[in-house]
Design a binder for this molecule. Structure first.
Ligand code: 13P
Length: 341
């Protein structure tokens, strides 16, 4: 793949009015979400859930691509069509999570480093052969007493950059995801400081590793109050501080930014994205969504593992995707919440 093709794929991932569906939960994470709703964590249920998501009518109107998990990319629709070609037919670009998870960082209590570089070149070749056109790697930065450390930020930034370079070598667009966790009682200003330091380090490493900015997508967390912070910043402040932080730290030629939802409610995740786009026209890059929970939650609560609930769950997913599509161009309003299904 030439750099033109990488750029074209990256552009399509952040196309106007569309965002990315994250459905790459590992089996244990998927199991935790299922368990809360009394759904058994079996390979069949995981396949049925992913088939429900991907076969949602009109999903491609609002969803440019979907991130799959290793088990999922090998699975098929109920009609026996493997997911990647099925997605291709619908106009949804197949993506794949390639990191192997965040592990304890030796010597840094309470901090994590994401693993998965060993053998990555070969795995990327295999996934490319299966139809994947983009990939994802998530690094986790925790805010707490005396953390994050520079050592943790640097180790994660370096791994993200090595991963991104390998992806582009393989003709796969990397989604670079440094997630600053929402967990904790920190203020929005502390989140701003940590997010800024993290993004600065990540883009310095990406530059060192010669990663093509036009051929990658940043998946960022928003600048937001910690979940347990007594003073919760309002929507406008989250939007302002997030955009300010991005403008300060991102190169202008980056293909785009797709936010994670990170434990925000579905409605807030949409409202935050909308406020950023409504308040700031003419930013250097599109700002859109790459949500997992904030897209899937209401649909999963309706599905409950039962085939008779599939159509109702798909309606909810499509509606949520539509609202986020509107938020990605700043045209969402709270009234749109009511026109649900
Ligand atoms: P959430 O939107 O649920 O945070 O998930 C996005 C994601 O892909 C995390 O890596």
């Amino acid at each position: 793949m030439t750099s033109q093709e990488l750029q074209a794929t990256a552009k399509a991932m952040v196309a106007k009015g569309k965002g990315i569906l994250a459905m790459d939960e590992s089996n244990p994470t998927c199991g935790r979400r299922f368990k809360k709703l009394g759904i058994e964590n079996t390979v069949d249920n995981r396949r049925a859930w992913r088939a429900l998501l991907l076969t949602t009518p009109r999903l491609a109107d609002y969803i440019s691509g979907a991130i799959l998990y290793d088990e999922t990319i090998r699975q098929s629709t109920s009609d026996g069509i493997p997911f990647p070609p099925y997605m291709g037919q619908c106009g949804i670009i197949p993506g794949i999570k390639v990191d192997t998870g965040a592990k304890d960082l030796a010597g840094f209590p309470g901090e994590k480093v994401t693993e998965g570089l060993d053998g990555l070149r070969e795995r990327l070749t295999e996934y490319k052969g299966m139809g994947a056109r983009f990939a994802k790697w998530r690094a986790v930065i925790t805010i707490g007493n005396q953390i994050p450390s520079r050592g943790c930020i640097h180790a994660n930034a370096h791994a993200l950059a090595r991963y991104a370079a390998l992806c582009q070598e393989a003709g796969i667009v990397p989604i670079v995801e440094p997630e600053v966790l929402i967990d904790g009682d920190h203020t929005i200003d502390r989140c701003h400081e940590v997010t800024s330091e993290t993004l600065r380090a990540v883009f310095a490493e990406l530059k060192e590793q010669r990663v093509l900015m036009e051929g990658m997508v940043l998946k960022s967390s928003m600048v937001i109050s910690g979940l347990d912070c007594p003073k919760q910043a309002r929507v406008k402040e989250v939007a302002e501080k997030t955009v300010e932080c991005l403008l300060k730290n991102l190169p202008e030629n980056l293909a785009g930014v797709a936010f994670l939802s990170g434990g925000q409610s579905s409605e807030l995740a949409t409202a935050h994205l909308n406020a950023m786009n409504a308040m700031h026209r003419g930013l250097p890059w599109p700002l859109t969504f790459s949500y997992a929970r904030a897209l899937q939650q209401s649909a999963m609560e309706t599905w409950l593992g039962k085939s008779e609930n599939v159509a109702a769950a798909q309606k909810l997913l499509c509606h949520r995707a539509k609202l986020n599509g509107a938020a990605s161009v700043g045209s969402y309003s709270e009234e749109m919440e009511k026109e649900a299904a």
